[in-house]
Design a protein. Structure first.
Lengths: 496, 508
């Protein structure tokens, strides 16, 4: 007979769940409002979502480091808090981009905003746990919402993108489950702290290493899909191309942060156990990812596809730091993404402003390079802002991403991987070419006929978002110290 | 005026941003006034500078990212002082002589941004700040070449950017390694050069660090075999772009060697004297021969400028006070002379829209003033005694003579070959009868062009006859540098090669 379990409410420590619960409650609230009163404007939902995210931000900031709750499933440590903050900030910058001057299909549905909040809750679950099953549940919650949101853009490309992302994502999810199963088979647990203990005991046993590494490889496939590492990156450009520009920018940041946190937890454990194979595999994948995606980005004809490949390459950069598994390397990942977030969302928001219902300059692409030709003469201010985003992505000081790049390189050098640092440096130089290409088009080529429609989609909220992104990108040198203080404090507080 | 360096850096930046407000009509006057104020400020710096001391002056240090050891740290010594003055002077001259009509406002604003970056490079004493200005200087130059250049301007601009960018990223890895070493020795992070000078690396580490920095600087100089971007950049750049590029931007590379490589890695620097000298000699002789084969006047001057940069490199790696002082002085004279020559080619290009030597001939009859100034500058470029070019070239080679007489002699050939191609150029374009009818009615130099060129002629002759006011402060700082290197060197070869002059020894 089963003994009844008694659960003490205090031991559940519900406060650790508060960020997710707020997002979920907000999503349900939006659905209820829609139920009661139809045909409300999107502005209401956008502002409501922002307010919910504000509350969520407050709840996240109020969390105390190194707590567990909810049957020990939820873990609040430094990287949880950091990644949740990044997710919320990125979401708060993303959602006002719905307030365009033109109408788009997806924003007409309140469900879009509900799905958005469900997705955020999913990502928050994913980063706030060290339980493999919980990670999986969070991943799937978030991904299913994301697929739907992509499809709601309701163009042929968007449908294709959603289906492609869905099938690829389902495959990746399968790999994640298989990997978890193998690890469970070896260790008898899905909790990472139990797994660590079990692995440590069995490390010397003959034959077990194959299963351990095999499990990690299966997980690596799943993580590789979501973070878009070579050779699992092939879906990325097509999906980005099909989705709306802000959605593509969002996808290049938030799902990746969430999955990188999972990767830090899982691979960090392996590397701490001294299984160097995993470290080497991750480094090799990182090098291949940044190099090959850089090559591909060189030949793109569409700015959005170029930015897609560039974000793959940036992910490779970060994965290299992840493989080092030092406190500084882990801190540098978060600094990198904190700065990348503003720059990249800004760049995609610029594309969004220039979005036109019809493909004005090219039969297939919405944002071919030629569309931006001679922009300095049409909209000098916008051209300068876009150029600053591009220079920041290149890593030209003093703009935002330079500091991220420098910290990552510095962490690599400290860990003794000088050859890796040199490869990363040379890759940045290759990347300079395709970012410069856009600058060259904007500043040095003359405008084609009909370019007056470039800024079709401009509106005040969009300009505010871009303004914030540009502000952070330009003046980042003054934020680096406090940001790094905070990040390092949180990372080292939880022992990474 | 303790903050004069900060004013020098940020005045052009603020003026550049405010310049966006000034209307198209007044922008030219605005640019000239700003550049003139900046030049006067740099003269004031010279005036306030204690020329008897060889140490860093006007030092200012403000922590930016204290935990990572990054600070806004600037200072000036005799080595950088005159390069700064030259940078402000050449920017002023470049703006005065500006002949572009298209988007002149963007041009002036870009030039002011570039001026900020150039001065920033030469006053930075913090490696990150140095790197910041170093990389930032690429952006305005990219725009200048790409927007106002010739046919192949986009190719040239991008090649220029990517070449330099790639090299400096490897240098960045080297810098991060040095900072990491500093952190592991002392426990705190620092990117300050003065802190880095205290580090003594084992020879094995010095070797690879030396090459990491070498790639960054050598591409900028540009050393053979990394020089291929330069002819394109010069060939396509508008006149003012070439002037600034030749006069100041190339000097960043040689300045980097003097400021970073020599004092930080003295043993490795001595160890690699021979390979670097061989590269420099190839650069001197080979590019001089290439210059002779050119048909385009601007390409002749571009290649001759590469050739002379080789002599500067020889002087830097002479490892004694004469050589290094000479090379710093040669940096100045090369800046002024090649800048002036590019201006002169620009003058004729504005009139005829061609730079081919075969189009000209007998110009001396039509444009006597032009021929006279061109002649003086050409002689200075060749290294005729009593011009500024002679002093630097002579001292550099004399310094290197102590290291290797044979190589110094081969380097001396450059003077002969230089005379050959320069005189050929002069003969073909200026002497003989006027062969091309289109040249018969060319106007001589106008007031604007005279205003730009005459001061340069005066400087070339003044410093050719009496270089002491400039040489002494340079020499003081170089003596300090050389005795520091001598003290720091570990290997016996390095101790032997780095020569401290008697005067410096007595001073100790």
């Amino acid at each position: 007979m089963l003994t009844p379990i008694s659960v003490n409410l205090a031991s559940l420590n519900f406060i650790t769940l508060s960020p997710m619960l707020i997002a979920l409650a907000g999503a349900l609230g939006i659905l209820i409002i829609d139920l009661i009163k139809k045909d409300l404007d999107k502005t209401l939902y956008v502002i409501l979502t922002i307010l919910i995210l504000f509350v969520d931000l407050g709840a996240t900031l109020g969390l105390t480091v190194n707590e567990r709750g909810f049957f020990n499933v939820v873990v609040i440590d430094g990287i949880t808090i950091l990644s949740e903050l990044l997710i919320i900030v990125a979401s708060m910058l993303f959602i006002p981009l719905a307030l365009t001057s033109k109408r788009f299909h997806e924003y007409a549905y309140p469900e879009y905003f509900a799905l958005f909040l469900f997705m955020i809750a999913g990502f928050q679950f994913m980063v706030a746990t060290d339980n493999l099953i919980m990670m999986f549940v969070g991943l799937e919650t978030a991904s299913l919402a994301l697929y739907t949101m992509i499809a709601m853009h309701n163009t042929v490309g968007a449908h294709e993108a959603a289906i492609k992302y869905f099938t690829m994502g389902a495959l990746a999810a399968g790999f994640f489950v298989m990997g978890s199963a193998v690890i469970y088979g070896v260790s008898g647990s899905v909790e990472l702290y139990d797994i660590t203990r079990a692995f440590q005991e069995r490390l010397g046993e003959p034959g077990v290493m194959v299963a351990m590494i095999g499990g990690a490889m299966l997980l690596l496939v799943a993580i590789g899909f979501k973070v878009s590492l070579f050779p699992f990156h092939t879906w990325t450009p097509d999906v980005y191309e099909g989705s709306s520009a802000p959605m593509a920018g969002y996808m290049s940041i938030v799902p990746k942060i969430a999955m990188i946190v999972v990767a830090i937890r899982v691979f960090g454990m392996y590397i701490d156990l001294g299984i160097e194979t995993i470290r080497n595999v991750v480094i090799v994948m990182a090098v291949l990812t940044m190099t090959l995606s850089n090559m591909m980005a060189l030949v793109q004809a569409d700015v959005k596809r170029m930015l897609a490949y560039s974000s793959i390459s940036h992910a490779g950069f970060v994965m290299a730091a992840l493989a080092l598994d030092t406190t500084k390397a882990n801190s540098s990942i978060f600094l990198y993404y904190a700065l990348f977030l503003f720059t990249n969302l800004g760049a995609f928001a610029m594309l969004w402003i220039s979005r036109h219902k019809d493909k004005t300059h090219h039969s297939r692409f919405h944002h071919p390079y030629i569309k931006f030709a001679g922009m300095i003469h049409i909209e000098p201010f916008a051209a300068i802002i876009m150029a600053i985003f591009m220079l920041a992505l290149t890593g030209v000081p003093p703009f935002g991403l330079f500091w991220g790049k420098m910290y990552v390189l510095s962490a690599t050098v400290d860990a003794g991987y000088i050859w890796l640092a040199i490869i990363m440096g040379l890759n940045s130089a290759i990347a300079a070419y395709y970012y410069l290409k856009l600058i060259v088009y904007m500043f040095l080529k003359s405008a084609p006929e009909g370019s007056e429609t470039v800024y079709n989609n401009k509106s005040v909220p969009l300009m505010i978002v871009i303004g914030i992104a540009a502000f952070v990108t330009i003046l980042s040198i003054f934020f680096v110290q406090p940001l790094m203080d905070y990040i390092t404090y949180l990372i080292s507080a939880s022992g990474y | 005026m303790n903050d004069i360096l900060s004013i020098l850096i940020f005045f052009p930046l603020i003026a550049g941003i405010l310049g966006l407000v000034v209307s198209e009509k007044g922008i030219r006057t605005y640019g000239i006034s700003v550049a003139a104020v900046e030049f006067l400020l740099s003269l004031w710096l010279w005036f306030a500078f204690d020329t008897t001391s060889g140490t860093m002056q006007f030092v200012k240090r403000v922590a930016l990212v204290p935990d990572f050891g990054i600070s806004y740290y600037v200072g000036v010594d005799g080595i950088s002082l005159f390069i700064i003055i030259m940078a402000t002077l050449m920017t002023l001259i470049g703006i005065i002589a500006l002949s572009v009509k298209k988007d002149i406002k963007n041009m002036i604003v870009t030039l002011l941004f570039l001026e900020m970056a150039m001065i920033g490079v030469f006053v930075s004493l913090d490696a990150v700040i140095f790197y910041l200005f170093w990389e930032f200087s690429l952006v305005p130059m990219l725009y200048i070449i790409g927007a106002w250049g010739g046919e192949l301007r986009l190719y040239a601009a991008i090649k220029f950017f990517i070449y330099t960018f790639a090299g400096s990223l490897i240098m960045l890895v080297g810098m991060l390694y040095v900072a990491y070493t500093y952190q592991s020795v002392t426990g705190t992070w620092s990117f300050a050069l003065t802190d880095w000078y205290d580090l003594i690396f084992p020879l094995g580490v010095q070797k690879w660090l030396f090459w990491a920095f070498f790639i960054g600087f050598a591409i900028k100089v540009p050393m053979f075999p990394f020089h291929t971007w330069l002819p394109y950049a010069h060939g396509q750049a508008p006149t003012v772009g070439s002037v600034i590029l030749a006069a100041v931007l190339l000097k960043m590379g040689t300045y980097g060697f003097v400021r970073f490589s020599l004092p930080m890695f003295p043993d490795a620097a001595v160890l690699y004297i021979t390979p670097i000298a061989v590269l420099s000699l190839i650069m001197i002789v080979y590019t001089a021969m290439v210059a002779y084969a050119q048909k385009d006047m601007k390409q002749v001057i571009a290649y001759s400028s590469v050739s002379h940069m080789g002599v500067i490199m020889l002087g830097v790696f002479a490892m004694n006070a004469e050589g290094i002082t000479g090379s710093v002085f040669f940096m100045l004279s090369h800046g002024i002379v090649s800048g002036a020559l590019f201006l002169l080619v620009g003058v004729i290009y504005d009139r005829r829209h061609t730079k081919l030597m075969s189009e000209f001939g007998g110009l001396a009859q039509v444009m006597p003033n032009y021929a006279l100034i061109f002649g003086v500058m050409m002689m200075a470029s060749v290294g005729l005694p009593l011009t500024m070019g002679f002093v630097g070239e002579y001292l550099s080679l004399a310094g290197f003579f102590k290291v290797s007489p044979v190589m110094a002699l081969i380097g001396g050939i450059s003077i002969i070959v230089g005379a050959v191609y320069m005189l050929t150029l002069y003969k073909r374009t200026f002497f003989g009868p006027v062969t091309n009818e289109a040249n018969r009615n060319l106007k001589d130099l106008d007031g604007k062009e005279l205003a730009a060129l005459v001061p340069l002629v005066a400087i070339v002759i003044w410093l050719g006859i009496y270089p002491k006011p400039v040489l002494v402060p340079i020499d003081n700082s170089v003596q300090t540098l050389v005795s520091f290197m001598h003290e720091k060197a570990q290997t016996p070869e390095a101790k032997q090669t780095i020569l401290v002059s008697k005067r410096a020894k007595e001073a100790q």
